[in-house]
Design a protein around this ligand. Structure first.
Ligand SMILES: Cc1cc2nc3c(=O)[nH]c(=O)nc-3n(C[C@H](O)[C@H](O)[C@H](O)COP(=O)(O)OP(=O)(O)OC[C@H]3O[C@@H](n4cnc5c(N)ncnc54)[C@H](O)[C@@H]3O)c2cc1C
Length: 505
């Protein structure tokens, strides 16, 4: 996948069956779905793939135990089915993750024991492991850092876990291999219309400022928390479909919360869910739920959110985790849907929401990472219906995403030619210098941030290590991309400014 080639293709063919705006999980899922059905497909993303919410999740592939508490069995079943698709279609980026819910009374043991057994039963043949009630001793064996005071036992259950932005990269690469044109750093700026119907999209290459226009039979708006802004480009009336809700995570060394089991607290004293999840040999602690007035691409963790997580995790654990233990803090915005505010027809008011505007613009939002494939299927099917294109069946349910063997082989090949590329980008982390070149050549990485935040996950795992790595990454990128020293230095400065926000001390 090369940006230069994609831009050339864009110039050569400016007419598409489906144009998708937004390169997060939902948009990239739509691109893969559409191209596999045989439609000419273009996806444009204003920043990098997964720069928005899709790189900032809790990293869970889950059915949503919470919906079960709300009695929404259908939704849980659907998410459990999607969980199975994702684990099967991207086995190199997903894994089965055991969780323990610690309980502090016989009543909690009964309540969560029954609930999580129902969760497992709903998965049926797609179950990832049998739910089991644990004694106090067994709970401590699974969660060695749990505070034993008042502990009555625990419930063991299983869900999935994944690397979110790597999966976006692989979705982009896979869709591009199938023939979709996928371009990052291109922003949709407006629509072309005839008789009130959308006939095309105006965009700008944000790296060069070059504007372009493409014609489109159908357009999908998959822009997460920016949904309303894109709807407004279509129809100047005020749109109020999505409310951003911020969630933050703290990443600490796994030694502070040892073991390979995740902990889930279904209800903290203010009614939130709290997770401690092992991820890339670190522990991810989160999350929060804070309404935010305006969507921004790089949301900032709030002091009260940081205090909330530290206070609650220390209530359940014995490690007394402090600010100085935090290797990285990251914030993301959930696109929460207010269906009553929809302008147009809200066709699907389940977990995700689909709105078809009078112009034909299909907006897909809400939902969760786990259900991105189903969201994409619904969006593409509706886009075809609205634009009166012949409908062909969706095939993403059984389609492998990414090619880890090919990637590993090509990285090994680079190392064979130049042994220095085997060196780690930063000691203590498994990322090799060859991955920088691979990401630039084949994964459309264009900035030091693309490499350090989303092709590797160093910024999310250890912001200081990422800052220390920025000069190496920028230097290698400059050589590979033919950029000058000024560019290289600007990359380092820009990245360090951003990464400061991921540090607590
Ligand atoms: C704190 C938190 C934890 C979560 N944890 C989980 C979890 O563990 N498991 C799970 O299943 N789900 C989880 N979710 C939900 C999940 O992350 C989101 O539902 C999902 O990532 C949304 O993807 P998206 O593609 O719709 O939006 P995004 O990822 O935000 O993508 C939208 C993209 O559109 C682009 N865009 C906007 N305007 C334009 C324009 N004009 N032109 C071009 N591009 C544009 C943006 O730059 C952005 O990249 C979590 C969410 C949060 C906030």
């Amino acid at each position: 996948m090369s940006r230069a080639t994609s831009l050339q293709q864009l110039t050569a063919s400016s007419s598409f069956d489906i144009v998708i705006i937004g390169g997060g999980a939902t948009g990239l899922g739509c691109a893969l779905d559409a191209v596999l059905r045989g439609y000419t497909t273009l996806l444009i993303e204003q920043y990098d793939f997964a720069k928005g919410t899709s790189s900032r999740s809790t990293k869970l592939v889950h059915g949503g135990v919470r919906y079960l508490q709300q009695g929404n069995i259908k939704l849980v079943r659907e998410a459990l089915r999607e969980r199975a698709f994702l684990l099967r279609n991207a086995p190199h980026l997903t894994s089965v993750q055991p969780f323990v819910v610690p309980v502090f009374s016989w009543w909690e043991k009964l309540y969560y024991g029954v609930g999580l057994n129902i969760y497992d039963l709903l998965a049926g043949k797609l179950s990832l492991g049998r739910t089991r009630v644990l004694s106090k001793k067994e709970t401590i064996a699974y969660l060695p850092a749990i505070n034993p005071a008042k502990l009555a036992g625990g419930i063991l259950y299983f869900d999935g876990q994944f690397d979110d932005s790597r999966l976006c990269t692989d979705l982009a690469v896979t869709a591009a291999k199938q023939g979709a044109i996928i371009i990052n750093y291109c922003k949709a700026t407006g629509f072309c219309k005839k008789d009130g119907k959308i006939t095309g999209v105006n965009g700008v290459d944000t790296l060069t400022g070059k504007e372009f226009t493409v014609t489109a039979k159908a357009v999908i708006n998959a822009t997460g928390v920016f949904t309303d802004a894109v709807m407004q480009m279509d129809d100047a009336a005020k749109h109020d479909l999505v409310t951003p809700s911020q969630g933050i995570h703290l990443v600490v060394n796994a030694s502070l919360f040892p073991g390979t089991t995740a902990m889930m607290i279904p209800k903290t004293d203010d009614g939130r869910v709290l997770f401690a999840v092992p991820w890339h040999h670190k522990m991810v602690l989160g999350t929060t739920d804070t309404p935010i007035a305006t969507a921004i691409i790089e949301p900032k963790p709030l002091e009260e959110e940081i205090d909330f997580i530290l206070k609650h995790i220390n209530r359940y654990g014995t490690a007394h985790i402090q600010r100085s233990d935090v290797k990285s803090v990251y914030a993301g915005l959930r696109p929460l849907v207010k269906t009553s505010g929809a302008k147009g027809t809200a066709l699907l008011s389940r977990d995700h929401t689909l709105v078809i505007a009078a112009s034909g613009l299909v907006t897909i939002t809400g939902g969760k990472w786990t259900t991105y494939r189903k969201m994409a299927e619904d969006a593409v099917s509706n886009a075809l219906f609205v634009s009166k294109q012949a409908k062909r069946a969706c095939s993403t349910g059984k389609f492998t995403i990414g090619n880890p063997t090919e990637r590993a082989g090509m990285i090994a090949g680079m190392i064979q030619l130049d042994a220095s590329l085997a060196e780690p980008i930063h000691g203590g982390y498994p990322y090799q210098k060859a991955e920088i070149l691979y990401a630039v050549r084949y994964e459309m990485a264009l900035t030091a941030e693309d490499i350090l935040a989303r092709r590797t996950r160093l910024l999310f795992l250890d912001a200081r290590a990422a800052i220390a790595s920025a000069p190496i990454v920028a230097a290698m990128m400059a050589t590979e991309l033919g950029k000058d020293l000024e560019w290289e230095e600007a990359q380092v400065t820009t990245f360090i400014n951003l990464a400061q926000q991921y540090l607590l001390t």
